[in-house]
Design a protein around this ligand. Structure first.
Ligand SMILES: [Zn+2]
Length: 471
């Protein structure tokens, strides 16, 4: 049996207050704000423990009461700012009752004030396979535009902080990644990386603008839904190599066109993929060509009127492929090839700056103008014009083969010569089978044409965004 022969009351314990250990650390340091941390092991259950932070060289100090973290341990995170805590050696004295204890000293060194951060990327487009990467080049500058090193900035992807190695950005999430770098309240410029699935079949929402002359739906120029749906089917047949081409270079373009489900305000369309436009108000009555070939109220629209109408009615080309079906006295169908970003050029296609703040209203809108004879549309014309919209050029030349479609696997020839003699840019010979010709069976898009289309799906203005539209 044990007998307690020696017991201490709590009051008596207090007389044995003792500091067994204490330390000071710089917990966090930035350019203007940071944290110190003080921890002290103190036995004897004292009521108050104090830490005095002092600068031996500057001769001043600031006192803080520590908080009890657990039995025998007192601590405090001390928030500091650069004005009160300048660079220099600081020490800390712990005081309990009349006992003092000097901790270690630390050197406080604030980071240089960052004035701006510049972000650049090596690749604007990568594959969403967690292996293909874009290297980030990050430069941090102070107020004097001197570059700073060892700044612990954070990198953000679509507003979420990410952790990457060697500044190599990889992802398995397809779509746009808006990258920027942040240090305290300084944020860099933004750069967009487009991560695409290499096997992706691009799905393109289409809006058919059916220009009519005010007839009821299904009458005259106001084409029925089923005619429009049929056009879409034929367009998909053309782009998926489903018209029986025997050309060994024939290829599926990997694009699926679908009828847009939502209008520009995200309201479900009453007729999916269709926007009906009464063109009568554009029938300006001018009898003069080329200003207009229209004759007042003759039920036919001239080219200038059609351009005006298209400019008023196109839908956001970042979200829709615009196809305008128009009854016109002037029967030219037309589509331009759009633009690509200048760092990613494509032969024969004009460019715009990489950071182009392009606006369809002031720059260009993408529209495929497809002439109808009043009641029907030539679907091969539609395929041809959509081919232009996706960067394809005519396979033939009209200038002694100086111009080219930049696709060696298409049959190219000079349409200005009497015998349509072949051009040197001409690998092989299925004669006149290409959709981008004016003659022949026109049932083929080729492998090289697919490469051009895939280039503009990555780097084309509007098209690089259109492929992600959910309209
Ligand atoms: Zn053409």
């Amino acid at each position: 049996m044990f007998v307690c022969i020696f017991s201490c009351s709590e009051d008596e314990e207090k007389e044995f207050v003792k500091i067994t250990d204490a330390y000071l650390t710089v917990e966090e340091i930035g350019t203007e704000y940071g944290y110190l941390y003080v921890s002290a092991n103190v036995t004897g259950n004292p009521e108050q423990v104090w830490a005095k932070i002092f600068y031996p060289s500057l001769g001043y100090s600031i006192k803080y009461q520590l908080f009890q973290a657990e039995t025998n341990r007192f601590h405090r995170h001390i928030s500091i700012n650069r004005n009160n805590f300048p660079d220099g050696i600081i020490g800390c004295e712990i005081t309990v009752a009349k006992i003092t204890y000097l901790t270690n000293e630390v050197y406080l060194e604030w980071q240089t004030l960052v004035s701006n951060i510049q972000l650049n990327i090596s690749d604007r487009v990568i594959l969403a396979n967690n292996s293909s990467c874009s290297t980030l080049e990050i430069k941090v500058f102070d107020n004097n535009q001197n570059e700073l090193s060892n700044i612990e900035y954070q990198i953000y992807d679509n507003d979420e902080q990410i952790y990457i190695q060697n500044n190599q950005f990889k992802t398995n999430i397809s779509g746009f990644h808006n990258l920027y770098v942040k240090f305290e309240n300084v944020i860099s410029n933004e750069k967009v990386v487009d991560a695409i699935n290499p096997n992706y079949e691009f799905e393109i929402p289409v809006i058919f603008h059916i220009v009519n002359l005010g007839e009821p739906i299904g009458n005259g120029t106001n084409l029925t839904q089923s005619k429009v749906h049929n056009l879409l089917t034929q367009l998909n047949n053309g782009f998926s190599n489903s018209f029986g081409s025997t050309n060994p270079y024939a290829k599926d373009m990997g694009i699926v066109f679908r009828l847009a489900q939502l209008d520009q305000n995200n309201i479900p369309l009453s007729e999916i993929g269709i926007n009906r436009i009464n063109g009568n108000s554009y029938d300006d009555g001018s009898p003069q060509f080329p200003n207009s070939v229209d004759i007042a109220s003759d039920g036919k629209l001239g080219p200038n009127e059609i351009w005006k109408l298209a400019g008023d009615h196109y839908w956001n080309p970042r979200k829709y492929l615009n196809i305008l079906i128009f009854p016109g006295q002037y029967s030219e169908s037309y589509s331009d090839t759009g633009y690509v970003f200048e760092s990613y050029p494509l032969n024969g296609i004009p460019t715009r700056p990489d950071d182009c703040d392009c606006n369809p209203d002031s720059d260009f809108f993408q529209m495929c103008f497809i002439h109808s004879n009043g009641t029907s549309v030539d679907y091969k014309t539609l395929i041809h014009e959509v081919g232009h919209a996706f960067s394809l050029l005519h396979v033939f030349s009209t200038d002694n083969c100086n111009s080219s479609d930049y696709c060696p696997d298409t049959y190219s020839y000079d349409r200005n010569t009497s015998d349509w003699s072949p051009c040197p840019d001409n690998l092989t010979g299925e004669l006149h089978d290409n959709y981008m010709d004016y003659s022949g069976v026109r049932n083929t898009f080729s492998k090289n044409q697919r490469e051009r289309i895939r280039h503009v799906m990555k780097y084309g203005i509007w098209l690089s965004e259109l492929k992600y539209s959910t309209k």
